[in-house]
Design a protein around this ligand. Structure first.
Ligand SMILES: CCCCC/C=C\C/C=C\CCC/C=C/C(=O)SCCNC(=O)CCNC(=O)[C@H](O)C(C)(C)COP(=O)(O)OP(=O)(O)OC[C@H]1O[C@@H](n2cnc3c(N)ncnc32)[C@H](O)[C@@H]1OP(=O)(O)O
Length: 298
């Protein structure tokens, strides 16, 4: 995986093309990254504090930060831009909305679309994972709300997870509850955090854990009051950034590269697998039922 296989100085620079600009107005020492690409609806707000080298990435795609193709594309571009910025050493990933970190993959992207669409969507999910799990930056998830499935995956990609101490907020890989299956690299990411036994049970049952339960099994590292999530993330970031970058990055790479390589080696096959799975009539039916139930719950 690019970001971990090489140190930041040799990262590809193609995203520094004219389609992005850095604005130095607004908040005193903050840069605002804004995409000028036509596909961007600015679903993600990135603020880089130049003095600390820490970027805060806020997901703000209403109503629930579901991971649509557009969202994932914008996310990966924003992340890559930070990755190649030598002034950025740490990333805090959070949500602009209270109560929801991310609702996971946008289910409407997996229902009633063409095989070509599913392939493009799944590639975007893979890219998000490869970039975030393989990031050279220190990554901290400030989980300020519920985070099922793909949302949980995003949090699990980070080096450290801080969650709001509210039993109403839940996190986990709930795919089986939708009648679908978490792919091997979702599973591997979870195993690397909580181990095989907990992952197996959790995946079979599609278990969602309340914040205290998630902390108990080690899925999140720290629980703090809701209004302290961001400040705690900043404090933890300072600790992590006190370690020399090269040593920490090489250690991170040593730990994560085997997991990343497993997907890289079979990325195309994984896309084909997803497309043939998601296009089955029975799977389409399950997803539609789940979506209808979500819409009817009000
Ligand atoms: C060996 C064979 C292996 C084969 C494997 C091969 C490949 C793998 C195949 C498939 C893998 C797919 C992996 C999938 C990962 C995912 O992430 S699936 C998504 C899972 N997400 C969820 O289940 C979350 C569902 N949502 C909720 O639980 C709640 O909405 C909430 C996030 C807790 C928020 O609750 P609340 O604040 O009450 O908001 P509402 O429920 O009212 O929702 C507001 C509107 O948002 C819509 N919505 C919610 N979540 C999603 C979503 N994920 N996608 C799209 N839309 C979503 C919801 O319907 C409401 O819409 P309306 O306002 O009613 O229009």
């Amino acid at each position: 995986m690019a970001a971990l296989a090489v140190l930041r100085s040799s990262a590809p620079a193609r995203l520094l093309s004219g389609s992005f600009s850095v604005h130095r107005g607004g908040l005193a020492s903050w840069q605002h990254y804004q995409s000028r690409r036509p596909f961007s609806n600015n679903k993600i707000l990135v603020e880089l504090n130049e003095s600390t080298g820490v970027a805060v990435m806020k997901m703000k795609s209403p109503p629930v930060n579901s991971l649509s193709l557009d969202f994932l594309t914008e996310f990966s571009i924003s992340l890559e831009k930070l990755e190649i910025d030598r002034g950025c050493r740490g990333l805090i990933l959070t949500s602009a909305f209270p109560k929801i970190f991310s609702a996971g993959l946008d289910i409407t992207e997996m229902c009633g679309k063409s095989a070509e669409h599913y392939a493009a969507f799944w590639k975007a999910v893979q890219e998000m994972w490869l970039k975030l799990y393989g990031s050279n930056m220190v990554t901290i998830a400030a989980v300020n709300g519920s985070s099922p499935a793909g949302g949980c995956l995003m949090a699990m990609c980070c080096d450290y997870r801080i969650m709001a101490d509210n039993p109403k907020f839940a996190i986990g890989l709930n795919e089986t509850q939708l009648g679908i299956v978490a792919p091997f690299w979702f599973k591997d990411t979870m195993i690397n955090i909580v181990g095989n036994r907990v992952t197996e049970q959790s995946l079979q049952l599609g278990q969602m854990y309340s914040a205290p339960e998630a902390h108990k099994i080690g899925l999140v590292d720290l629980l703090v009051p809701e209004d302290k999530v961001q400040s705690t993330a900043a404090a933890v970031m300072t600790q992590w950034l006190s370690i020399p970058d090269h040593a920490r990055q090489l250690t991170k790479s040593m730990m994560r590269k085997p997991t990343i390589d497993r997907l890289v080696k079979q990325q195309e096959a994984d896309i084909n697998n997803f497309v043939s799975f998601i296009t089955r009539d029975s799977i389409q039916k399950s997803l539609q039922v789940y979506l209808d139930r979500l819409k009817q719950k009000k």
